[in-house]
Design a binder for this molecule. Structure first.
Ligand SMILES: Cc1cc2nc3c(=O)[nH]c(=O)nc-3n(C[C@H](O)[C@H](O)[C@H](O)COP(=O)(O)OP(=O)(O)OC[C@H]3O[C@@H](n4cnc5c(N)ncnc54)[C@H](O)[C@@H]3O)c2cc1C
Length: 486
């Protein structure tokens, strides 16, 4: 029976990113995907700087950038057309080294992820393969799948399995865990259009039409692509709502039929839910199979990319060293509260778009000079897990510095944590470790001084594992965790 280091079920954006992250360390990966090609209906159009940093790690940004557009932000408009809230995304590079927000077309990303995977000899992608059953054993997992064309069944062994198999995840049901419904369930139509000619009158920003009668969203996407989403508040059939007549009537305030093609259209039930368990022994779930949120903040796929960025280096660590339950358990404990905050904020945004009175989307809302309220993006830290609770920097994102030679710090490390130290940490201690002296990173010493620390240990997912105040605390860290650095 064939055996792999990791088997990934589902080749959506979550599975494709995870396969790339694991392949960086040279481990064997099998990806089982039920479908022959990409999901054909409208889905993600937005991602953020933190996610672009993961794409940088796997090496796709250079090619993928061509298919993106820097997003200027969102305005919320009431039924009288008045702006009632602004969510600006200024064109300014953030601590992650990228712009805060990008627009894209999900199939373009999936294409880049697959293209990149072709570079790895030890990655095998098997399409038309539907997973039917997954069974945990002490040192491995058995996966049973069927070829959807020939109907022939197969079984393979794998050291770990990650189900990136979307909302109706077989992996989640094999783990015998449940999704908790967090309370937002609403039917919306989603229509993707391609303009025949550019239309300057259409907004350059995302517009959320906060209107009790007809909540709706407009997205300015890449090139001539535009999207409208609208809540379904009537009892008409799906067929009627998706008819040309109904759609063009809805679009009439903005567009005439002769000005654009309808590329794709569908009706979704937007949901908010989170799985109780994300791991059972050697089986994990990530992305939509672990959580669902409505698309108002454009964070569903981003959350899945964050999941696998967190999980990949922990699985890599176990493959290189030994199976470590403690580390693997921190996947859920660190990710759960982070994604829950995104789901809950998105739900409040959904209520705001539905014009539910007194909805406060986040605490980060201030009044601008023009009297319009302005909202800032949330950046939840990781839940408890690796590192010390009392360490205030632990679990926060570490900025992407530039090295003295102008290269990006992230491009120096991607599979194991790194120690970034000032000269106060004895060099002999750090020499054998994966480390960089702060003298090679302009601005790092001021960063360390600002937080009163002598060194930081940064994880491959770019979060801080530990901040070190003295040589003694560094020695203490090493006693427990030196494996991370060698
Ligand atoms: C209208 C809309 C707009 C959205 N906008 C955004 C946005 O702007 N930004 C954002 O971040 N997110 C957005 N999202 C969410 C985003 O599209 C999803 O979160 C994302 O696609 C989830 O990726 P995934 O890889 O986890 O799952 P999926 O993309 O669903 O992939 C799962 C894969 O698993 C395969 N599979 C399933 N079962 C099996 C099996 N038994 N065996 C083998 N293979 C299997 C499927 O064929 C599929 O290819 C939006 C969603 C919608 C509906």
């Amino acid at each position: 029976m064939k055996e792999y280091d990791l088997t990934i079920i589902g080749l959506g954006p979550t599975g494709g990113t995870l396969a790339n992250l694991i392949a960086l360390s040279g481990f064997s990966v099998l990806v089982l995907e039920r479908e022959k090609s990409f999901y054909p209906l409208p889905r993600a159009v937005h991602f953020d700087d933190e996610v672009m940093r993961v794409f940088q790690t796997i090496g796709i940004t250079k090619n993928f950038l061509k298919f993106t557009l820097i997003n200027k932000g969102t305005k919320f408009v009431n039924s009288k057309g008045k702006v009632i809230l602004d969510w600006p995304r200024p064109k300014k590079v953030t601590e992650n080294g990228w712009y805060p927000s990008y627009r894209f077309n999900q199939p373009d990303l999936e294409r880049q992820l697959r293209k990149q995977l072709k570079k790895y000899k030890k990655v095998k992608i098997q399409q038309n393969s539907e997973v039917k059953k997954i069974k945990n054993f002490k040192d491995y997992v058995k996966i049973f799948f069927t070829n959807t064309k020939s109907k022939i069944s197969h079984e393979i062994k794998s050291k770990y399995v990650v189900g990136c198999d979307g909302a109706n995840s077989i992996t989640r049901s094999q783990m015998k865990t449940k999704m908790d419904n967090l309370g937002f369930t609403q039917k919306w139509a989603v229509v993707d259009l391609i303009l025949k000619k550019n239309k300057k009158k259409l907004p350059d920003r995302t517009i959320q039409y906060s209107n009790h009668e007809q909540p709706a969203t407009y997205c300015r996407n890449v090139g001539k692509r535009r999207r409208w989403e609208f809540a379904i508040r009537n009892k008409l059939s799906e067929k009627t709502i998706l008819s040309e007549k109904y759609i063009w009537n809805f679009l009439s305030p903005w567009l005439k039929k002769k000005e654009a093609y309808i590329e794709r259209k569908t009706i979704y039930t937007f949901e908010s839910a989170i799985s109780r368990k994300w791991r059972k022994e050697r089986i994990f779930i990530a992305g939509d199979s672990a959580h669902l949120m409505p698309p108002f903040m454009g964070q569903g796929m981003c959350a899945g990319i964050r999941d696998v960025s967190n999980l990949a280096w922990k699985i890599t660590y176990c493959l290189k060293n030994k199976h470590d339950n403690k580390i693997l358990n921190t996947y859920q404990s660190e990710r759960f509260s982070n994604v829950k905050e995104y789901i809950e904020t998105t739900m409040r945004m959904g209520e705001f778009v539905n014009a539910v009175e007194n909805t406060q989307i986040t605490k980060n809302i201030s009044s601008g000079n023009d009297g319009i309220k302005s909202m800032q993006s949330i950046k939840p830290k990781l839940g408890s897990g690796l590192g010390e609770k009392k360490d205030k920097r632990r679990g926060k994102i570490f900025p992407q510095f530039k090295l003295k030679n102008g290269k990006n710090l992230d491009d120096k490390f991607s599979v194991k944590p790194i120690l970034l130290y000032s000269s106060d940490i004895n060099k002999t201690l750090s020499n054998k470790f994966n480390s960089i002296d702060s003298r090679n990173i302009p601005g790092l010493l001021s960063y360390l001084n600002h937080f009163g620390v002598k060194a930081v240990i940064v994880r491959p997912d770019r979060f801080i594992l530990s901040s070190i105040k003295s040589r003694n605390s560094f020695k203490k860290f090493l006693k427990k965790n030196s494996n991370f650095l060698v």
